[in-house]
Design a protein around this ligand. Structure first.
Ligand code: ASP
Length: 419
């Protein structure tokens, strides 16, 4: 009972941090800059609190992913079970991402956010678009040539690949590796303790991060493409209700209210950090609290944080249609199919850190024959789009994890119902 009220209070504090952060950001924006107060407060105190919080979370991500994935995989024992869970996870990720991109194209085609745009297109000619990545290179880049270097550089996808190999082999060694697995499990418990400590200061971090975003986002750039932002928000909401709500209701029969109530705490982190990787510790905490068996979430969530990006796919879909409308380019059915395929691949190749979705956008535009320069139209508000899409990205990881766990009877329903 006591644990429950602590959790409720911390969620409430996080929401308050978010609301007051937005208000504070607007207040600081209104302060005349010649007083220097805004500089001291925003670039000094708030930057320290916000970046400090993100850095603390980042500190846990690589060791947590490495150790938890090894614990998760090795605890399956037989590789058949692991294979079934892996297959179910990948199929759910693919289904929700393809659904997401189709919803986004339909929404953007109906509401036409790019038509009648009052924008100075000459400014896009000075914009240097991100380099278009070759799809083969994207997949080659997943293989860690030097796993230690991957860890030190924070390349989560490469760490993940190495951990999967490590976990599978350790699991097949049986008795011989028992002690090593125990050690990894103790390290994992330590990491989760560190996460709890850091999450206790999340309301302060969230307050600072959100105030910086509000303070530094130009209102002009926001108003210019407000319709596009609203279409993205609508597509994200439809996807959440239709696909994720449907998956939870039909695929797992778990209570939606309890699930979303519990997710609100994770959403505070995704919204303020715009990073799936940074939210990983919080989503792991959530899965543990709703009774999902550790082997499932230790396996599904790290993979989800790096490859499952339905929210990113939605932003890419809406942006592609938006750019085609803004430039007056008719999208053929074939181009739309190309957008679906390339956005699915681009979202898989997007790392779970802020802003990468827009870099991968270049690949989607290029493959659909749209001007890559068009990214300049939306780049000014990308942080806002990123906060929204990351929240849906991580929600997708959590939903898929719960659905897989329920289908494999690897969730404690009494614990879930206690939420
Ligand atoms: N920030 C997103 C995430 O971490 C990735 C992106 O779309 O930029 O999930």
């Amino acid at each position: 009972m006591k644990g429950k009220s602590i959790l409720k209070n911390s969620t409430l504090l996080l929401v308050l941090g978010l609301i007051f952060g937005i208000i504070f950001g607007f207040i600081m924006k209104a302060v005349p800059s010649h007083f220097y107060i805004d500089d001291i407060v925003m670039n000094g105190i708030m930057r320290f609190l916000g970046t400090g919080f993100i850095n603390l979370i980042k500190m846990t991500v690589i060791p947590l992913v490495f150790v938890s994935l090894i614990c998760g995989i090795s605890s399956f024992g037989d590789t058949k079970k692991l294979g079934i869970i892996g297959l179910k996870t990948i199929l759910l990720f693919l289904f929700s991402t393809i659904g997401a991109i189709i919803i986004s194209i339909i929404c953007a085609s109906i509401f036409k956010p790019g038509i009648g745009l009052n924008f100075d297109f000459s400014s896009t000619s000075t914009y240097t678009p991100p380099e278009v990545k070759n799809i083969v290179d994207i997949f080659l880049d997943i293989i860690p040539i030097n796993p230690v270097k991957s860890m030190s550089k924070g390349n989560l996808l490469q760490v993940l690949v190495f951990a999967v190999f490590f976990g599978i082999s350790i699991g097949t060694l049986g008795e011989k590796a028992k002690q090593l697995i125990n050690i990894f499990e103790v390290i994992n418990d330590c990491m989760m303790k560190i996460v709890s400590m850091i999450m206790s200061i999340a309301p302060i971090g969230v307050f600072a991060l959100i105030s910086i975003t509000v303070y530094s986002t130009g209102l002009d750039s926001l108003i210019g493409i407000l319709k596009m932002i609203l279409v993205v928000a609508l597509a994200l909401i439809i996807h959440t209700i239709l696909i994720y709500g449907g998956m939870l209701k039909i695929g797992s029969k778990l209570s939606l209210v309890k699930f979303f109530k519990k997710y609100s705490r994770v959403a505070g982190v995704t919204f303020s950090t715009a990073s799936s990787n940074a939210a990983l510790p919080a989503s792991m905490e959530m899965m543990r609290d709703i009774g999902v068996e550790h082997s499932v979430y230790q396996f599904v969530l790290p993979i989800g944080a790096t490859v499952n990006m339905a929210g990113t796919a939605i932003v890419q879909g809406v942006t592609a249609v938006f750019i085609s409308q803004a430039y007056g380019i008719e999208l053929s059915f074939q181009s739309m199919v190309t957008i679906v395929i390339s956005a699915v691949l681009a979202s898989i190749g997007t790392a779970g850190v802020p802003g990468v979705g827009m870099i991968m956008m270049a690949m989607v535009l290029e493959s659909a024959g749209l001007p890559v320069q068009g990214i300049a139209l939306v780049i000014g508000v990308d942080r806002i789009l990123d906060m929204m899409r990351t929240t849906v990205n991580v929600l997708g990881d959590c939903v898929c994890c719960a659905v897989v766990a329920k289908s494999e009877k690897m969730i404690e329903l009494e614990k879930y119902n206690e939420v």
